[in-house]
Design a protein around this ligand. Structure first.
Ligand SMILES: *[C@@H]1O[C@H](CO)[C@@H](O)[C@H](O)[C@H]1NC(C)=O
Ligand SMILES: *[C@@H]1O[C@H](CO)[C@@H](O)[C@H](O)[C@H]1NC(C)=O
Ligand SMILES: *[C@@H]1O[C@H](CO)[C@@H](O)[C@H](O)[C@H]1NC(C)=O
Ligand SMILES: *[C@@H]1O[C@H](CO)[C@@H](O)[C@H](O)[C@H]1NC(C)=O
Ligand SMILES: *[C@@H]1O[C@H](CO)[C@@H](O)[C@H](O)[C@H]1NC(C)=O
Ligand SMILES: *[C@@H]1O[C@H](CO)[C@@H](O)[C@H](O)[C@H]1NC(C)=O
Ligand SMILES: *[C@@H]1O[C@H](CO)[C@@H](O)[C@H](O)[C@H]1NC(C)=O
Ligand SMILES: *[C@@H]1O[C@H](CO)[C@@H](O)[C@H](O)[C@H]1NC(C)=O
Ligand SMILES: *[C@@H]1O[C@H](CO)[C@@H](O)[C@H](O)[C@H]1NC(C)=O
Ligand SMILES: *[C@@H]1O[C@H](CO)[C@@H](O)[C@H](O)[C@H]1NC(C)=O
Length: 595
């Protein structure tokens, strides 16, 4: 099945898009989507379970847009709990109001809808969206988000013959509320029940390990052609090794930046990360080939079931895939060499990204660092009688009133701007403690993983340069090993247990930006904070005003009008009055064309 399914764009929306591109006052076209989140029952591992679907689809539909497009997504919450959708890697320029995390947005209650509206300013690449609250991603709600380059900008490789998305991730047959209950009672989530590829279970490569009758993913290709595979780890907490039997993976992109192109026989993709590979169909099609995503850095004999298997099928294939899976990397107990792979990812400095000038034209290596933050994660421990995870000794408590909304409405005490710049020798605590970041500063963040598991960290609103990664404890001397020339710029990076990763970011984007672990268990237990980046001379130009449809909650709950009976068109109008005429025209056009 080709993975770019047509989205559920309705007739109304098609016309809506067409008219918007001609009528909108802004020069940049708008793409619009309606997302309805609800539960559906599926059995990816043979056990019927309720998963979170978007428009009845699991995984959700593709958001397909182009650099500088305006994106309008109306989200309807038909779940039984609060919802926020987040779009990691999309750098909401001056606009953290659309970021979809609790520090910036009030949640969308059940039976309500809310319209996200943002611009894909100067961005390209492969991303995915998901629900950000309360482990919901462990039950689904995720889907791919592609930002195509503008036609005038060349990509640094020949146009591929096709494009596939693979959403890979560990999976539990327990739902997110059951997993939450485990964490709430102080338990570990334990071993996942499997790995899904595009919401489907493994191909039956072994009759003992895989039950009969599971639906599995098949990618159909033609011999000799080259395809782009956009692979995302959408899982809960397991690092995965991705490989395609008999085929090289030519890495070309990680989260919106082009890499120096290199072949790998297998590639580690950590939770929350996205990579693009070019794969050439240069084999002889004696049989189909396995596509594998297996748990990494675990005892394989215990974790055998935590393996996703799909099928790559040539149009001239002579038979089914059979025999053992292609081997996983043999360095599982030699993580020293495993770190060589991420260290080898470098940016193609001459390639154009979203803009015509080369990606390497921002000379990050010659900019002086203004602030250094050493953020240390520890294994979860008990605070106030509950299991919690910490960064610099603080387990984050979400504010009742989102941070910037509190500022603008003179709500005091909703958060503290005192997040320490290094681990302090004091008892662990729960707190709503935020980083007081310097607008236009150039920060160095050292992620020091003193936990026992691989973690990946994500920064909203920015992409950062990954300048260093090593084992042991970071020290000032470690700066000598930094790559100051062609580090990759991305938004989610792994941090090995017992090791550190150093990233640099230029704080030119005003807003409140979440800095978090992507591993859902640790995130749920509080391993996150925010960076408050505000212009001290706020002049109404550096940061967008709250949108007209901003939701109120916490100390501002009384300002919220009841919108529970609004339909989606109504809320689009509320979000953007400019659309009024478009909607009117669209309705007229629909009547004319289809009557
Ligand atoms: C995505 O959009 C691009 C550019 O408009 C278009 O060429 C491509 O066919 C679209 N892909 C899908 C799967 O809709
Ligand atoms: C999730 O699982 C729990 C426990 O098995 C069950 O009580 C609950 O109804 C389930 N929720 C959904 C939405 O399926
Ligand atoms: C299937 O897996 C089982 C359990 O690991 C193993 O003992 C068996 O050899 C495998 N079968 C084949 C045909 O590889
Ligand atoms: C990658 O491998 C393919 C064969 O699968 C080969 O054609 C190509 O030249 C290799 N590219 C690089 C940059 O090594
Ligand atoms: C096709 O490839 C397989 C595996 O590489 C090899 O064993 C076989 O001999 C090849 N067949 C032909 C006809 O080239
Ligand atoms: C992996 O697990 C198996 C089964 O429990 C055990 O026998 C083996 O010693 C483990 N291997 C390592 C390296 O820990
Ligand atoms: C880097 O990008 C350029 C396009 O500017 C491309 O021609 C070149 O092949 C790329 N090099 C590598 C090593 O990926
Ligand atoms: C960085 O700092 C050094 C020494 O403090 C100074 O000489 C240099 O001019 C600074 N560079 C920039 C780009 O500000
Ligand atoms: C935040 O940083 C700014 C600039 O460094 C400083 O003026 C301000 O006092 C700080 N705020 C707090 C609450 O520490
Ligand atoms: C955590 O830190 C302690 C004290 O520095 C050290 O002994 C231990 O090895 C570290 N563990 C990991 C996994 O980093």
């Amino acid at each position: 099945m080709a993975l770019f399914r047509s989205s559920s764009t309705s007739l109304f929306l098609l016309i809506h898009i067409a008219l918007l591109s001609t009528l909108s006052l802004a020069a940049d076209p708008t793409v619009s989507y309606d997302f309805k989140l609800s539960y559906i029952t599926v059995s990816p591992l043979g056990v019927p379970q309720k998963v979170i679907a978007v428009n009845g689809q699991f995984p959700g539909p593709l958001v397909n847009a182009t650099t500088n497009n305006n994106v309008v997504i109306n989200v309807r919450n038909d779940l039984d709990e609060n919802l926020l959708m987040t779009w990691p890697g999309i750098q909401m320029r001056r606009n953290s109001w659309q970021d979809g995390v609790l520090g910036t947005n009030c949640p969308i209650p059940p039976n309500w809808d809310w319209t996200y509206s943002f611009q894909l300013k100067d961005q390209i690449g492969s991303f995915f969206y998901y629900p950000s609250l309360n482990l919901q991603r462990a039950s689904g709600g995720f889907g791919p988000f592609v930002i195509n380059n503008r036609a005038i900008i060349q990509i640094p490789f020949a146009q591929p013959d096709g494009d596939f998305v693979l959403l890979i991730g560990d999976w539990y047959t327990r739902n997110h509320s059951a997993l939450r209950a485990d964490l709430d009672s102080g338990k570990d989530l334990g071993m996942p029940d499997g790995v899904l590829i595009n919401g489907k279970g493994p191909y039956r490569y072994n009759t003992t390990l895989v039950p009969d009758g599971l639906p599995y993913e098949t990618i159909k290709v033609d011999p000799g052609k080259t395809y782009r595979f956009r692979v995302h780890n959408v899982g809960t907490s397991t690092s995965l090794n991705f490989r395609i039997q008999g085929h090289n993976l030519l890495l070309v992109e990680t989260e919106g930046h082009y890499t120096v192109q290199q072949n790998f026989s297998s590639f580690d993709i950590h939770v929350g990360q996205s990579c693009s590979f070019l794969v050439t169909m240069d084999q002889n099609a004696t049989s189909d080939y396995y596509i594998v995503a297996s748990a990494r850095f675990v005892n394989e004999s215990l974790w055998q079931k935590v393996t996703g298997v799909g099928i790559l099928q040539y149009s001239n294939s002579k038979g089914s895939a059979a025999g053992p899976l292609p081997e996983a990397p043999s360095d599982i107990y030699n993580q020293w060499s495993a770190m060589n792979q991420p260290k080898a990812i470098r940016q193609n400095t001459t390639a154009s990204g979203a803009r015509p000038n080369p990606q390497g034209s921002f000379h990050y290596g010659s900019i002086n660092v203004t602030d250094t933050y050493i953020l240390r994660s520890l294994p979860p421990s008990t605070i106030d009688g509950k299991l919690r995870a910490t960064l610099n000794g603080i387990s984050f408590v979400n504010p009742d009133t989102p941070i910037r909304l509190a500022d603008l409405n003179q709500v005091k005490g909703s958060y503290k701007l005192d997040f320490p710049s290094e681990p302090l020798n004091r008892p662990l605590r729960r707190d709503t403690s935020v980083i007081n970041a310097t607008y236009k500063g150039f920060i160095e963040v050292i992620l020091q993983n003193n936990d026992t598991k691989m973690q990946s960290f994500h920064m909203n609103g920015y992409s950062f340069f990954v300048v260093g990664m090593d084992w042991g404890i970071w020290s000032e001397n470690s700066r000598g090993s930094y790559n100051k020339w062609d580090s990759i710029s991305r938004s989610t990076i792994e941090v090995y247990p017992g090791g550190w990763t150093a990233v640099l970011a230029s704080l030119d984007n005003v807003g409140i930006w979440n800095l978090r672990v992507e591993n859902l268990d640790r995130w749920y237990l509080g391993q996150e904070t925010y960076m408050k980046v505000t212009n001290p001379e706020e002049n109404g130009e550096t940061e967008m005003a709250p949108p007209d449809n901003v939701l109120f909650c916490g100390a501002l709950a009384s300002k919220q009008q009841d919108r529970s009976h609004k339909d989606s068109a109504g809320s689009i109008l509320q979000g953007n009055p400019n659309l009024f005429f478009t909607v009117l025209m669209a309705v007229c056009a629909a009547v004319l064309v289809f009557s």
